[in-house]
Design a protein. Sequence first.
Length: 256
Amino acid sequence: MAKRALKRQAREGNFEGHFADDAKVRRLPVSDRTWSPLGHHHHNDERTQSYVKNIKPKSEGQARLIEAIDSSSLVMALGPAGTGKTYLAISKAVEALEAGRVGRIVLSRPAVEAGESLGFLPGDMEDKLAPYLRPLYDALSDRLSMKRVKALMSEGLIEIAPVGYMRGRTLNNAFVVIDEAQNCTYVQLKMLLTRLGWSSTMVVTGDPHQSDLLPGLSGLADISEKLEAIGDISVVRLGDRDIVRHPLVASMLGVI
C-alpha cells in the first residue's frame, strides 16, 4: 500500500510532509503547475517548419541572377563556390513547376572523377553515378520534402541525369539546370545548350576557375564569352562578395 500511495502522490505532485527540514533531499518549490519545456508560448508563430515558398537574394549578384532567370530563356551563372548558383537555379525551377509555367524539371551534371575512380565504387552504373548527382537531390530536398521529391520523380516531373544521357534529346516545356558546367568540354556544352526546346528555360552554372578536367579542356569560359554577345542570353558573373557560405570560404578563395 505504501508504494501505491507514493505513486499516487508522484502523479498528483503532492509530497507535503515527506520532506523534513533537515532532510538530505529537499523538495523544490513549485509555483506553476503548467510549466512546459516548450516555454510559455506553446504556439509560437516564429517557429515554423514549413518550406519557404519565395526565395530572397542575399547579395546584388544573386538579385541579378534571379532577374536574369525571370527574363531570359538561357542563363549562364558563373561564380566561385558558395555563391548560391545551384540553389537559386533549382529554387526557381521548383517555383516554375509549382506555378505550372513548366511541365517538368531536368537536372544534369557531369560525372567527372575528382581524384577517385568510378570503377572502384560499388554497385552498378546507377549506383556509381549516385554520389555525383547527390548535390542535386540535396538542393531539391531543401525546397521540397523528400517524400514529394520522390513522388515527382516517380511521375517523371523531375529528372536527374548525368550529361552523357542528354544527347539526342529535345527538352520542351521544361526547366533545365546544368550544374558544375566547368567540368564539361566545349563539345559537351554545345550539345547541352542545343537541347533547349520551346517554352523552356535553361540555367547553366559553374566556376571556370575550378575545373576537375585537365587544363584547357573545360569549355565553360569560352562558350560564356561567345554567348555574352547575344542579347537574349544572360551571362551573370558572381564574385567573392556574393558568397553566402561561412565567411571563411570567401577568405580562403581569395588566397588559394
